[in-house]
Design a binder for this molecule. Structure first.
Ligand SMILES: Nc1ncnc2c1ncn2[C@@H]1O[C@H](COP(=O)(O)OP(=O)(O)OP(=O)(O)O)[C@@H](O)[C@H]1O
Ligand SMILES: [Mg+2]
Length: 114
């Protein structure tokens, strides 16, 4: 079982949100493999008062993204696929941060609260 799915279940996410979390990790992971070749994913169990959630940080040292606004818009792809990965992740998560330096790499950090 994917680590993300295991952590989501342990935190007590419902099945629908567990799938959103699993899909997020797989979309961001696929982007690394496709555009940057390697990178890393780190998951954290967040606790803020009575709120619990999961943080997902994905970092690579690939080519970076020239135009972030374009990259997170529906149907934009330089890879010849659907171009729905990043906008889909943005919609599924409660917090979505992306920073990228062309020629240097990309960092995406998202949070889902239970
Ligand atoms: N880690 C990354 N490094 C460099 N460019 C990236 C990275 N992730 C995304 N991109 C750029 O942003 C675009 C949009 O990404 P997104 O995941 O939304 O779509 P896609 O990967 O092209 O298609 P899909 O995810 O639907 O198969 C990509 O086509 C690529 O140009
Ligand atoms: Mg993608």
């Amino acid at each position: 079982m994917l680590e993300a799915e295991k952590m989501a279940r342990n935190i007590g996410f419902d099945p629908a949100n567990t799938i959103r979390i699993k899909t997020t990790v797989s979309e961001l992971g696929r982007n690394i493999l496709k555009y940057a070749e390697k990178g890393f994913v780190s998951l954290s169990h967040l606790v803020d008062g009575k709120k619990e959630g999961i943080g997902i940080e994905v970092i690579d040292k690939g080519p970076g993204i020239e135009n972030i606004e374009l990259a997170i818009s529906d149907s934009y792809s330089t890879g010849g696929t659907l171009g729905l990965g990043l906008p889909g992740v943005k919609r599924m998560m409660d917090k979505f941060e992306i920073e990228s330096i062309p020629g240097s790499g990309t960092r995406v950090y998202v949070v889902k609260w239970k």
